[in-house]
Design a protein around this ligand. Structure first.
Ligand SMILES: *[C@@H]1O[C@H](CO)[C@@H](O)[C@H](O)[C@H]1NC(C)=O
Ligand SMILES: *[C@@H]1O[C@H](CO)[C@@H](O)[C@H](O)[C@H]1NC(C)=O
Ligand SMILES: *[C@@H]1O[C@H](CO)[C@@H](O)[C@H](O)[C@H]1NC(C)=O
Ligand SMILES: *[C@@H]1O[C@H](CO)[C@@H](O)[C@H](O)[C@H]1NC(C)=O
Ligand SMILES: *[C@@H]1O[C@H](CO)[C@@H](O)[C@H](O)[C@H]1NC(C)=O
Length: 807
């Protein structure tokens, strides 16, 4: 979201304590930019600063000094203790009082969450059996068409019919809850609830057990961590204390995973078509862990804890924070336990692109998803008084606008960039009626939600709005369902528009809405906001793993909210549009459910491998996937863009057992207690590494680093044949610049299904990098002989770590 790295790094420290749903909704970039704005205001405006320190004071004295901590324990080996809750309470009692317990965990993590003072937390740390005591993190929250774009079709053969549309699988979604009445969760024609399912339908505000059905098989909510950190509700939105969704995010993501086909779906008439989730016959289980203030790791862990015990097959998390070490990252820890129990965990990679190393949720057992575009556009062109046209996009239902005036109306343009009150960005209270009434108002993007700016213009009497991208957003074009006629133009167009306004005595323009159009632009392309690698905490694994549609995604929407998501919006629609890696993640979660349905015995690593090695690296025109104006690099797209039809029949897969991740962590130099914090297993790295001298994690992508003057690296891989029994594969390598490569053997011959073959790759550096890091990329593809139907592709990433430091 921020192109210049300086403020980003500045933000970094602050954001470390936030998880956020990775969607842009009406305020895609607003989270970070809001925070940035807030920080800037704090520095600039002494009043605000005073006000907030006063607030801080007040907060401190009224809300005691209790904070939520997550206490991680060694697995309890005492046979006399059979009840986990009692054990946790007895440990808590040694440092505090039992009534401070929030959650007792067992499946996602060994331990509990409790409200403690700093002194109590300190005392807790010295109790035998306590591994770590960490502050809770408030992670702020990180279609009608995308199934067609991905080549999924209701008729004929293909990934859908082959997988039974995901039948038999249960996908757990950790998010803001669900709107159960949405037609996307109608269970007519759904198969019965799987026998293995142990989940519940938890009752609460406006939600009772009859809201669950054969589609929505489970629903629970977790508010203790959130309430403990937000004692006085300061939300302007109604928050249902139940699994019911008041925000739209969870309804949107969960319908993208498992929503049934809804014909005639549209957003106020736009984007009309059949809406469907990726796995329309899979079942859905909702774990509501996100509230108006975000998602707390204590609540997330409680949700994962139940999801593992309930028997979900796939977990979908469209939320997260910034990269942090795995042993401090609750999502990474809970995901490890889930993966070890055979559950696939899919997470959004974050919306902090195009900044390098911004990708989050980067544990190697997680499938980390970046966002790409669709080829669907919602043109809403600005025609300036000088006759020039500026391309823009919007989901405002334009016909009505033109009908009102008989034809499109030319309006006076106004751009309030004179004062210091944020008028150029149309912040709340920055526009007066005298300035904008009846006019076409130009608003710079950033600092507040995109749709919110529209509401500000409307309230001040403005007739219409042009949202102008800044250097931060370039040509990024997430659309909104604005409350007034509006369009969004890119940065180049914004410069042109402002020049025209500057140079003209009475600047005028009109908006020309073009509905929606499909197939006329190059797609997929990488979304500007999609977080990028290389992974900050573990560069030996290439992240993100994959990209999937995440821009202008239409999916289910609650009926308590207008499609703009604004409280003032009285319009109603069962569908709305959102953008973000939050929207990309559930596409991959649904496709994971399809593969699971087709191949129920495959491990999470095999499914992830199938998705990665079959991904597309070209767009629908057969040209390289673009990132802005350049071909996308592997730190933007990972293995490429997901292709479900190919992923369901990958030919070969790279499998990884849970124990291999432990060896990997050892090889990264993690300490015993850090590894213990993740796996809850007592591993001796010294022995492990001695036993596995040439270990490489059997990851489907390959990441090599030359450092400390090393010039040779050997990488091992093994592939499992999941295609025809008699298959022969030949390797094809695109060698990265600056290395020589040798693959041994170059031909792999299989005679049986599930047969495993190993190969090794020798990388030799032909250059030396003295300063900073240098990167190169290539690929390794196993191509099936004769029957060339399978191409098993691994992206190669080479890093030279500058050895200047060694002198
Ligand atoms: C549950 O809610 C539905 C819809 O609001 C209502 O029709 C039904 O009577 C409720 N059932 C129970 C058991 O409260
Ligand atoms: C508009 O004109 C003023 C002064 O003539 C200049 O400072 C400013 O940069 C111009 N803005 C744009 C967007 O061209
Ligand atoms: C949303 O769907 C429900 C259930 O199908 C229907 O009753 C309602 O009228 C729909 N709302 C809108 C605004 O279309
Ligand atoms: C783990 O191993 C260490 C060293 O061998 C030992 O001190 C510790 O008690 C072990 N912990 C568990 C839970 O087995
Ligand atoms: C090629 O392989 C695919 C999938 O394994 C199989 O369906 C197809 O029949 C094969 N074609 C030939 C010509 O062997």
């Amino acid at each position: 979201m921020l192109t210049n790295t300086a403020p980003h790094e500045f933000l970094h420290a602050f954001l470390l304590f936030k998880y956020s749903p990775f969607s842009s909704s009406s305020s895609s970039f607003s989270f970070s930019s809001n925070l940035l704005l807030l920080l800037l205001l704090l520095f600039m405006d002494p009043k605000l600063c005073l006000f907030s320190s006063f607030f801080f004071f007040f907060f401190f004295f009224s809300e005691a000094l209790l904070q939520t901590y997550i206490v991680q324990l060694e697995p309890n080996l005492d046979p006399l203790i059979t009840n986990k809750l009692e054990w946790h309470l007895s440990l808590l009692q040694q440092a505090s009082t039992p009534s401070r317990l929030l959650y007792s965990y067992e499946a996602a993590i060994e331990g509990f969450a409790a409200r403690l003072t700093e002194e109590e937390a300190e005392a807790m740390r010295s109790i035998a059996g306590v591994v770590s005591v960490r502050l809770d993190r408030g992670f702020q929250l990180h279609t009608t068409y995308s199934h067609k774009f991905l080549g999924l079709s209701f008729s004929g053969n293909g990934a859908w019919s082959e997988s039974g549309f995901g039948e038999g699988t249960v996908v757990g979604v950790l998010d803001t809850g669900v709107w159960p009445e949405s037609p996307s969760f109608d269970d007519r024609g759904m198969p019965p609830v799987p026998k293995k399912w142990r989940g519940v339908c938890q009752e609460g505000e406006d939600f009772n057990s009859s809201h669950c059905n054969r589609k929505l098989v489970g629903a629970r909510y977790y508010a203790k961590g959130h309430h403990a950190s937000n004692p006085a509700s300061s939300s302007s939105v109604t928050e249902y204390i139940s699994p019911r969704d008041a925000h739209g995010h969870g309804t949107h993501t969960s319908s993208t995973v498992t929503g049934v086909a809804v014909p005639g779906a549209s957003v106020l008439g736009l984007g009309l078509g059949t809406a469907s989730g990726m796995a329309p016959r899979a079942h859905l289980a909702i774990y509501k862990v996100c509230w108006f203030s975000g998602c707390y790791s204590s609540d997330i862990l409680a949700g994962m804890d139940d999801a593992i015990k309930d028997g979900v097959d796939v977990l979908s998390l469209s939320l997260g924070g910034f990269p942090i070490p795995l042993f401090e990252d609750s999502i990474a820890i809970g995901s490890y336990r889930a993966t070890a129990s055979g559950i696939s965990v899919i997470c959004a990679g974050g919306n902090n692109g195009p900044v390098a190393s911004s990708v989050a949720n980067e544990a190697p057992w997680i499938t980390t998803v970046g966002a790409g575009t669709l080829d669907r556009r919602f043109p809403a062109v600005v025609k300036m008084g000088n006759g020039e046209l500026l391309y823009g996009e919007s989901m405002f239902p334009g016909n009505r606008y033109s009908k009102n005036g008989g034809k499109e109306v030319e309006l006076e343009l106004v751009y309030e960039n004179g004062g210091n009150d944020g008028g150029e960005s149309c912040y709340k209270g920055s526009l007066t009626r005298a300035q904008v009434a009846g006019k076409l108002v130009v608003c710079d993007r950033g600092g507040s939600g995109r749709a919110e700016k529209g509401e500000v213009v409307k309230e001040a009497g403005g007739a219409a709005m042009i949202l102008t991208n800044t250097e931060v957003n370039l040509e990024e074009d997430s659309v909104d369902v604005h409350v007034l006629p509006a369009t969004l133009v890119g940065y180049n167009e914004a410069i042109q528009l402002k020049k025209y306004i500057n140079a003209t005595a009475h600047p005028v323009a009109k908006l020309v809405f073009g509905g929606s159009s499909v197939g006329r632009s190059r797609a997929p392309a990488v979304a500007l906001f999609s977080s990028r690698g290389p992974s900050l905490t573990n560069p030996s694994i290439l992240k993100p793993d994959i990209i999937a549609p995440g821009v202008n995604i239409i999916a289910a929407w609650p009926e308590n909210l207008g499609p703009s998501g604004l409280p003032e919006d009285v319009r109603r629609s069962n569908f709305s549009v959102l953008s973000g890696t939050s929207m990309a993640c559930p596409h991959v979660s649904g496709i994971t459910a399809l593969i699971r349905a087709k191949h129920p015995t495959w491990s999470p690593a095999m499914i992830k491998s199938a998705i990665m090695t079959s991904a597309d690296i070209t767009d629908h025109y057969g040209k390289p996937i673009l990132d802005g104006v350049k071909p996308a690099g592997i730190f933007a797209i990972g293995a490429g863009h997901v292709n479900p039809a190919k992923a369901i029949d990958p030919g070969l897969v790279y499998d990884i057992s849970p124990d291999e991740y432990v060896i990997h962590l050892c090889s990264l130099g993690y300490t015993r207690s850090e590894i213990f914090g993740i796996t809850h297993k007592n591993s001796s790295c010294k022995e492990t590494l001695q036993r596995n001298k040439h270990f490489s994690l059997n990851y489907p992508s390959i990441s090599v680093t030359f450092k400390h003057g090393r010039t040779r690296v050997v990488v091992q891989r093994r592939v499992t044949n999941v295609g025809a029994p008699n298959s022969v594969y030949t390797v094809q390598v695109t060698t990265p610049r600056g290395v020589r490569m040798r693959v041994v053997p170059e031909i792999l011959t299989f005679t049986q299904v599930n047969q495993v073959r190993s190969y090794s790759i020798l990388f030799e550096s032909t250059k030396r990098v003295m300063k900073g890091n240098s990167y190169a990329e290539g690929s390794l593809v196993w191509i099936q002989n004769k029957n060339g139907s399978h191409r098993v592709r691994s992206p190669l990433s080479i890093t030279w770590a500058g050895d200047e430091a060694e002198g």
